[in-house]
Design a protein around this ligand. Sequence first.
Ligand SMILES: [Zn+2]
Length: 121
Amino acid sequence: MSLSVRIEREKRTVGIMIAMYCKHKHNSQQNLCAECMELTEFANTRIDKCIFQEDKPVCSECEVHCYRKDMRDKIKQVMRFAGPRMMYQHPILGIRHLIDKRRFKYIDPKVYRSLKKQDNQ
Ligand SMILES: [Zn+2]
């Protein structure tokens, strides 16, 4: 597996989930509404900058809260809405997402603190 596969998949999954959410909740047609567009860009940037890269857990399970509070609330709503629907509409990505979700959930506190520090710089 090349280094970017996991990251690319995460971006694709998040993008699809936001699109589903926007279509249902905001009645968007072809394009996302401005709010969801911003959320997508934000999520992609966070994924690119994710310190775990290939070992990345899914964002919702991650111990490092790199999302800004308002964005985190939005993405949570999106996940809650689109998560179950992924299994029907995009079963492969949905299953991969569940597998990714099972990845490590525990981070060494020492590592966590040093990450926190980096984050604040
Ligand atoms: Zn929207």
